[in-house]
Design a binder for this molecule. Structure first.
Ligand code: G3H
Ligand code: 13P
Ligand code: ZN
Length: 308
């Protein structure tokens, strides 16, 4: 199939209460793993590149690879820009063939975030009707903050969200509800403000996005550490968080760290267990298979498996 505009996928997910996974990539093997997983799971999928990934892989290369693989696939694939921060990022990706973009103005004051997002929406909507995700609030672990009040100021405020969406015209909103990016999300229990998701969803009705949604599989971390890595006190979301978040209104769940951890675990283990190996295919191949298995497991948990 040709690459799909994300807005089309959202409608069904929003109606049927499941989430589409966004999986980040910057190389051939991750992309193969993600699209093969979607195909085998009969799931719609969002493959995403950050500006860092684009710098690493090259915009035209990444778009060409994704287009080629999507065209062969029987499931819908959308190519999304993750955390664009400037209008130029948006223009580069819309012009370059992406079918969804995120403008992240969450570090700006509200009015400036609205202005930047509105410009991104105007450009994207008028160039092929490309879907725009925006962000309001700051991601961060709930218990990391010493002052509870100061912390709550970082989570997405429902009243601000209403004004933000109305004035910016964004199609989907990334909400800050206690998660954060990377492998160190929580010091103790996984803690997410599910009620806040429900309130925002009720007020807005549009698709909501959960960033920082990796579960940080303890087994992958243990293998990394066993084979020479050093990742201490990593902690992600509990597995039942996905179901709770989706029930309250999340339709897109962003996962990058879980794939990176699995990848690192397999590469470290393979290189140590096979000291004579120097064919990259025999190292990266098993890692690719393991990443595919992680993506398939996520698609089941998100409820997108079988929805394509
Ligand atoms: O949200 C961040 C994503 O995990 C992308 O990370 O900028 O290292 O590619 P990156
Ligand atoms: P993780 O670091 O939890 O995988 O989150 C990725 C993300 O939110 C990308 O936008
Ligand atoms: Zn993110």
């Amino acid at each position: 199939m040709p690459l799909e505009i994300l807005g089309k996928m959202y409608q069904k997910a929003n109606r049927e209460y499941y989430a589409i996974g966004q999986f980040n990539f910057s190389n051939l093997e991750f992309l193969q793993a993600i699209i093969d997983a979607a195909e085998e799971s009969k799931s719609p999928v969002i493959v995403a590149c950050s500006t860092g990934a684009i710098k690493y892989g090259g915009l035209r290369n990444l778009v060409a690879l994704t287009r080629t693989m999507a065209e062969k696939a029987s499931v819908p694939v959308s190519l999304h820009l993750d955390h664009g921060t400037k209008l130029d990022d948006i223009k580069m990706c819309v012009d370059g063939g992406f079918t969804s973009v995120m403008i992240d103005g969450s570090h700006h004051p509200l009015d400036e975030n609205i202005r930047l997002t509105r410009d991104a929406v105007q450009y994207s909507h008028s160039h092929g009707g490309i879907t725009v995700e925006a962000e309001l609030g700051r991601l961060g672990g709930i218990e990391d903050d010493i002052k509870v009040d100061a912390h709550h100021a970082c989570l997405t405020d429902p009243d601000e969200a209403v004004r933000f969406v109305k004035e910016s015209g964004c199609d989907a909103l990334a909400v800050a509800v206690g998660t954060s990016h990377g492998a160190y999300k929580f010091k103790g229990e996984s803690k997410i403000d599910f009620d806040r998701i429900a309130v925002i969803k009720k007020r807005l009705g549009i698709p909501l996005v959960l960033h920082g949604a990796s579960s940080v599989d303890p087994e992958s971390v243990a293998i990394i550490n066993q084979f020479g890595g050093k990742i201490e006190d990593a902690k992600g979301l509990d597995k039942d968080s996905y179901a709770k978040a989706i029930k309250n209104g999340i339709n897109k769940v962003n996962i990058d760290t879980d794939l990176r951890l699995k990848w690192t675990a397999v590469v470290r283990k393979t290189l140590q267990e096979k000291p004579n190996e120097f064919d990259p295919r025999n190292v990266l191949g098993p890692a690719r298979d393991a990443v595919k298995a992680v993506v398939k497991e996520k698609m089941k948990l998100l409820g997108s498996a079988g929805k394509a």
